[in-house]
Design a protein around this ligand. Structure first.
Ligand code: NDP
Ligand code: MG
Length: 390
């Protein structure tokens, strides 16, 4: 099986390479191409270990180092976003879309046109361009598989089921580092506190998105497009142990859940081997030691991102791209120390309420160019908004 990994140097990308290390001998896996941005050392080491054909770094400044380290191994070195798109055109059986943020959207859409199966970790692709991705997958006969643990769980629960019998899907959320914090504590939360996820080990940006629950908000929108569900069919429940990855409730009141260790290798391997299941050397869950699984309602007051997601779920237009762009800029502004933790959701809400933005509620984006232009425009607006101190 020929494989391309977009975002190979990231948390998901590295987990995928680990799965391939475990299974490559027994399942003839061949990594054709990998991409990264700035972590050139990791990119070169992996390129040589996996004997890839092509390596791409988005950032042009790394080209001399890439050439220097890879040419003697017969590996083609490229740089720039155009080269990323061309890599999607190389064709592969299984492509992993694991670039972080909006940067991952164009290569995902390109891979859908050229590759057999696209495993989507980059949730932004469906949040910003869900209809375009689904229409294109249908047109090119491409299979889209969900890597995000919640969506992967839902997908597993739906095997052999009729989607019309689904009453609800229930996404679980760990609650992040501020599950039991007061609003006051959250107001003054530091970057280090926001990064300290209690159960999952992930990249920096998604860890902070988990602390605000913007990650869960994006996942609600992602689920709408992955499974073609309505707002009223999507729920979130806090489950701090992160053992149940999500559940599907059917109209006969049966509920199926998928459980597993909090390790992204499970979901990645499932999409890589689908519809088979191949062995993965992970620690088994010890239920006796685990002792209990708990649940609680999500607090929309402390986690406004969940409330804001409902606006997007109710609309069929471009608000997903707006929401994501505003969230990405809010996150940049928090990381740089310019705004406080709870200002992130205030900023996104302010953007969503702008009259020019509400007009986009029912304007469905038809092309990637349209999505890119909304993304660029909303990013510019969000950078300039000043929040009143309160
Ligand atoms: P990381 O930040 O760990 O990695 C991101 C990857 O994207 C790296 O390879 C990075 O390159 C690359 N990258 C960064 N900036 C750019 C850019 N401008 N252009 C092209 N590539 C770029 O992210 P994660 O692995 O945590 O997340 C990746 C995606 O998967 C996200 O959409 C996230 O929401 C989703 N996801 C992640 C989960 C997790 O457990 N981490 C769980 C479920 C979904 P480099 O490192 O070389 O700079
Ligand atoms: Mg997730």
């Amino acid at each position: 099986m020929d494989i391309i990994i977009f975002g190979a140097t990231g948390s998901i990308g590295q987990n995928a390479l680990e799965v391939i290390r475990c299974q490559r001998e027994s399942h003839s896996l061949r990594v054709k191409a990998i991409t990264g941005n700035d972590n050139i050392d990791q990119l070169c080491k992996d390129a040589i270990e996996f004997k890839v054909e092509r390596v791409v770094a988005t950032n042009h400044k790394h080209m001399p180092e890439l050439k220097d380290r890879l040419s003697s191994h017969g590996i083609e070195a490229c740089a720039g976003t155009e080269a990323i798109l061309e890599t999607a055109q190389m064709k592969a059986d299984w492509v992993l879309s694991a670039i972080i943020g909006f940067h991952g959207v164009p290569p995902t859409l390109e891979a859908i046109k050229y590759c057999k199966t696209v495993a989507i970790a980059n949730k932004e692709s469906l949040v910003c361009a869900g209809k375009i991705a689904n229409d294109s997958a249908k047109m090119y006969g491409t299979t889209l598989l969900p890597v995000d643990s919640e969506h992967n769980a839902i997908f597993q629960c739906l095997q052999g089921e009729d989607i019309n019998t689904v009453r609800k899907v229930i996404l679980t959320a760990s609650g992040g580092p501020f599950l039991n914090s007061s609003l006051r504590e959250m107001e003054n939360a530091t970057l280090d506190q926001a990064l300290a996820h209690p159960t999952w080990s992930m990249g920096k940006r998604i860890s902070i998105d988990s602390a605000t629950m913007f990650n869960k908000a994006l996942e609600l929108i992602e689920a709408k497009y992955f499974f073609n569900l309505s707002d009223s069919q999507l729920d979130v429940i806090i489950h701090p142990e992160s053992i149940i990855h999500s559940m599907v409730s059917f109209h006969d009141n049966s509920i199926l859940a998928q459980l597993g260790p909090h390790d992204m290798k499970c979901a990645i391997a499932y999409t890589m081997n689908y519809p088979d299941r191949n062995p993965l050397p992970l620690k088994e869950i010890d239920f006796a030691a685990q002792a209990k699984l708990t649940f609680e309602a999500a607090d929309h007051n402390r986690f406004p991102a969940l409330r804001l997601a409902r606006w997007i779920l109710k609309s069929d237009g471009s608000l997903g791209a707006v929401f994501n762009a505003a969230k990405e800029v809010a996150l940049d502004r928090f990381i740089s120390g310019e705004i406080r933790f709870l200002d992130m959701s205030r900023l996104v809400e302010t953007v969503l309420m702008l009259p020019d933005i509400t007009k986009l509620e029912h304007k469905i984006p038809e092309s990637l160019d349209e999505v890119k232009s909304i993304n660029g425009w909303v990013r510019r607006i969000t950078k300039e908004i000043k929040l009143n101190d309160n």
